[in-house]
Design a protein around this ligand. Structure first.
Ligand SMILES: Nc1ncnc2c1ncn2[C@@H]1O[C@H](COP(=O)(O)OP(=O)(O)OP(=O)(O)O)[C@@H](O)[C@H]1O
Ligand SMILES: [Mg+2]
Length: 331
């Protein structure tokens, strides 16, 4: 392979570029902080998804394909992002679940870093909502929701918060098994990394407590933080739009509960559970995935005015009991 390439408009690596056994085939995603490629693994004869850390506001790619800072004083910001990317790779490598992408490897090259995971054929909820909205009904949602809740429960069970559950981070495969992406943002609730890049704010999806890194709010983060994002996703799938922005709701709340809107084809208990997940104050939401599941499964006749069935057991047949994840290198 020659050492120089033509510049690609997205500053991405060229098609055909190789890292040992991986050969880049196409670009499948592009965000603020990186590019995701589909690549072919020549050794195992399968597809992989490779994520490259390349924050386009801080760096550009030279003809030798190495990243160059746009300005010298971006060095610290770039380095903090790279450290966070590497930490995300470690988190991904710790968790294994049929609904989380299988972690393959992490390496550094071109003055940046890469994460390879198995590739999954599927469509993101964001795309599905835009192109196949007619597919969406309660039965279809529940088919992917229960396995997804199981994966999120496993993450919470280890005291981690996913923190980046979004329509474009949930991939639905042809067999309807969901794949939850974005795990690189997950952090242990007890850890605090002040130099790490802020969470991605998503208007209508981000709960109140994620809008600030102030210590008071920081302490209010927990499983219910992911539960709000999940509630906003379900609301969007059912109503077609996300709920009003949480920080605006905190001043004046114009959220119309789904149980009042009564969209056709959805049970009241299901709609009520989503309304509870979307409580603006963290303490008023279901505190855990088992509590959310108990609400979803509660009888629709008996919707109680109190939002939380405290100390309720999860429906035993739906959630798995998980051991702690493998913490590599820790004894
Ligand atoms: N393992 C995978 N298999 C198939 N497609 C994938 C895979 N990983 C990523 N993608 C596709 O690439 C897109 C971007 O990937 P990803 O969500 O990991 O990166 P991002 O959106 O840039 O970062 P993040 O969500 O962590 O903020 C996804 O929405 C999905 O369409
Ligand atoms: Mg994403």
């Amino acid at each position: 392979m020659s050492n120089t390439y033509n510049h690609h408009p997205l500053n991405s690596l060229p098609i055909g570029y190789c890292f040992n056994e991986f050969e880049i085939e196409t670009i499948i995603g592009k965000g603020e902080s990186g590019v995701v490629y589909r690549a072919w693994d020549h050794r195992l004869k399968c597809m992989v998804a490779i994520k490259e850390y390349i924050p386009s506001s801080l760096v550009t790619r030279g003809r030798d394909l190495e990243l160059k800072l746009r300005r010298k004083d971006f060095q610290e910001k770039f380095q903090n992002g790279l450290t966070s990317f590497a930490r995300g790779a470690h988190v991904m490598s710790c968790f294994q679940h049929p609904c989380l992408p299988f972690f393959r490897s992490f390496w550094q090259k071109n003055h940046t870093a890469y994460i390879a995971r198995s590739f999954y054929n599927g469509i993101t909820l964001k795309k599905l909502l835009a192109t196949q909205a007619e597919t969406i009904n309660q039965r279809w949602i529940c088919r992917f929701l229960y396995p997804l809740l199981d994966a999120i429960n496993m993450i919470h069970h280890s005291d981690y918060l996913h923190g980046n559950i979004a329509l474009d981070n949930i991939l639905i495969q042809e067999n309807e098994i969901p794949i939850l992406l974005g795990l690189g943002s997950a952090r242990k609730l007890t850890d605090h990394f002040p130099n790490e890049p802020d969470v991605t704010l998503r208007s209508g999806f981000t709960p109140l407590e994620q809008y600030t890194t102030h210590d008071d709010r920081q302490q209010q983060k927990g499983p219910w933080t992911d539960i709000y994002a999940l509630g906003a996703i379900l609301h969007t799938l059912i109503a077609g739009t996300p709920p009003p922005v949480s920080i605006v709701r905190n001043i004046e709340d114009h959220y119309q509960p789904l149980v009042e809107r009564r969209p056709a084809g959805y049970s009241l208990s299901f709609l009520h559970a989503i309304d509870c997940a979307l409580a603006i104050q963290p303490a008023e939401r279901p505190a855990s995935i088992p509590q959310l599941m108990a609400l979803i499964e509660s009888s629709s006749e008996g919707i109680s005015p109190t939002p939380l069935p405290l100390d309720s057991d999860p429906p035993a047949d739906k959630l798995t009991t998980y051991p702690s994840p493998v913490e590599h290198g820790k004894k």
